[in-house]
Design a protein around this ligand. Structure first.
Ligand code: DX5
Ligand code: ZN
Length: 221
């Protein structure tokens, strides 16, 4: 069986008790903490910055923190999040003037690096940088908000991305973000994804362990 990672998006957590929420979702079986950074410029919403990432580390969170930058410009935030304890940093190629440089900055800071593709962003941004990439993240909604519906066009794009990754010979995760739920996670895995972000599907339920277990059992089918 493939090794799948479940990454709850804390965008849908209760920010009034974020440390407890992250502890709960990790003890419920999550692998990675997905951390959505929105700047009210690249996307029409405003969330959390490096101080909050650092606060989670100070609180005792040792799991990987997957920082999804929806900001423009990108590079300053790379340095700040690396210093704040990020494990993975991904950014949207349209938001960086120099994609290769931004990827190099992430790697030089000791983090895993990735590019994020909006539903309409072509995969050709991968062409000359695959050697610097640890994660390809496909958005299955338009970025900015939790709780949106999965866009079915993502399935064909996942298949394309899976081929590119397999042909490259590099060890690259294929992450998917937006509208992932118990009832579509298996189909999304069949299309090639191996890392699943889920915000509202997990945090809007009273029992996080039950949802994560249901997702894992779908992935085992
Ligand atoms: C959207 C964010 C997502 C979002 C996913 O811009 O990148 O990570 O929190 O939320 P759900 O799982 O509710 O679609
Ligand atoms: Zn995200």
């Amino acid at each position: 069986m493939a090794d799948y990672l479940i990454a709850p998006s804390i965008l849908s957590a209760d920010f009034a008790c974020l440390g407890q929420e992250v502890d709960s979702v990790l003890s419920a079986g999550a692998d990675v903490v997905h951390f959505d950074v929105m700047d009210n410029h690249y996307v029409p919403n405003l969330t959390i910055g490096p101080m909050v990432c650092k606060a989670l580390r100070n609180h005792g969170v040792t799991a990987p923190i997957d920082v999804h930058l929806m900001v423009q410009p990108v590079d300053r935030m790379i340095e700040d999040f690396a210093a704040a304890g990020a494990s993975i940093i991904t950014f949207h190629p349209e938001a960086s003037a120099h994609i290769d440089r931004s990827l190099q900055l992430i790697k030089a800071a000791g983090c895993k690096a990735g590019l994020v593709f909006n539903p309409s962003t072509p995969l050709h941004y991968l062409d000359y940088v695959l050697d610097k990439i640890d994660v390809v993240l496909l958005m299955s909604v338009n970025p900015g908000f939790g709780g949106q519906s999965f866009l079915p066009s993502t399935l064909a794009k996942l298949q394309q991305a899976r081929k590119i990754i397999d042909n490259s010979g590099y060890d690259i995760r294929l992450e998917v973000d937006g509208g992932i739920k118990v009832d579509n996670i298996a189909e999304v895995a069949r299309a090639g994804a191996d890392m699943f972000v889920a915000g509202s599907a997990i945090f809007n339920q009273p029992d996080y362990a039950e949802v994560i277990a249901a997702m894992r059992s779908e992935l085992a089918t």
